[in-house]
Design a protein around this ligand. Structure first.
Ligand code: FE2
Length: 336
């Protein structure tokens, strides 16, 4: 598989920028560059008879510049989190493309209050979340869209795009598989430095693990992620590492509870964000909320069983603290 970086990579403004990586003559991976990368996400451009863009947010102005140049016919968004959904209003403002969003998440695209209510925060945190979503992530409510419900497929000339529901990170989170090229755009499945993220009330660890196992079973030569770049080697090993990170969080929570630590103690130490005490506001409050919700998701499972109780296949994954896997899943079943 040939991949090059065309010299026409988008320029930068106010710390924004985008690297456009050619994977095939018709498929580009669009990766944010620059200082605003924290609030951005990667995407995919399919340059066929019908031109399509998936996710893609290298920053407000860089996104606008890309959309005006690429002029897509169709835009598809994987899930409602503002770093991804902010593509929607940009598409409607700068192109004539039809906008597809996951049906189950439509209320979060059309109503910021509904999206913020899904976070699980109190009234004060809702205000912080709204400011974060609109000012830093450029969230805007949309009114016109076409809902899609996975599984479904788009046929763009000689490229088939299979939409695969991969819930857990959000209820309608979708990944995109190109079977002719064995390419998977996994969006926010946690193949990145942070690992799987389930810090909102509407996330589900059980669905997340189920989705990882489903995607892990696909034949994939190139894995494209929203926040972790491109993966070309040991792709199944990267899925195992993501599972190991979730297992490691459960193990650390259990150990802390056994020592008599409270929920607040464990959240302060960090489920996903151990260094948040040194982080500036509003991120520190957001990280604390997200760690609280992630703790609650783990506690809900531990109240009845454990991750390996729900998914016996995970017992074959040995891991060391920090989430480094020492083994691989023996089976790739789609869950318990
Ligand atoms: Fe997300």
């Amino acid at each position: 598989m040939k991949m090059t970086v065309p010299p026409s990579s988008a320029g930068t403004r106010r710390g924004e920028g985008m690297k456009r990586i050619r994977i095939t003559p018709n498929i580009d991976y669009l990766e944010p560059q620059g200082a605003r990368k924290l609030y951005a996400c990667s995407g995919l451009a399919l340059n066929c008879r019908v031109k399509a863009v998936i996710d893609t947010n290298p920053g407000r102005e860089a996104t606008r510049d890309f959309l005006e140049e690429f002029n897509p016919d169709i835009a598809i968004i994987s899930h409602y989190h503002p770093d991804h959904s902010s593509l929607g209003p940009q598409v409607q403002q700068h192109t004539h493309a039809e906008l597809f969003i996951p049906q189950v998440e439509a209320p979060c695209f059309t109503d910021l209050d509904h999206a913020v209510a899904s976070s699980g925060g109190d009234v004060e945190m809702a205000g912080i979340m709204k400011g974060f979503a609109t000012k830093l992530l450029a969230y805007r409510e949309i009114t016109a869209y076409i809902p899609y419900d996975s599984p479904c497929s788009f046929i763009f000339g000689d490229i088939t795009l299979e939409c695969i529901r991969s819930a857990g990170h959000s209820p309608g989170h979708t990944s995109f598989y190109l079977p002719e090229h064995k390419i998977l755009f996994s969006s926010d499945m946690g193949i990145d430095r942070l690992g799987p993220w389930y810090g909102w009330k509407d996330c589900s660890i059980e669905d997340f693990v189920d989705s990882i196992m489903k995607l892990r079973s696909l034949e994939v030569n190139l894995l494209l992620t929203s926040h972790g770049g491109m993966i070309t080697r040991d792709i199944k090993g990267r899925w195992d590492k993501a599972l190991a990170i979730i297992l490691d969080r459960e193990r650390r929570i259990l150990e802390a509870l056994d020592k008599g630590l409270s929920r607040d103690d464990i959240v302060r130490e960090g489920v996903c964000y151990p260094g948040k005490g040194k982080t500036a506001e509003p991120l520190r409050s957001l990280f604390t909320l997200w760690d609280s919700v992630m703790f609650d998701h783990h506690a809900e499972i531990l109240g009845a069983t454990s991750l390996t109780g729900l998914f016996p296949d995970l017992k074959t994954l040995e891991f060391t603290p920090g989430g480094r896997t020492e083994g691989t899943l023996r089976a790739a079943s789609p869950g318990a």
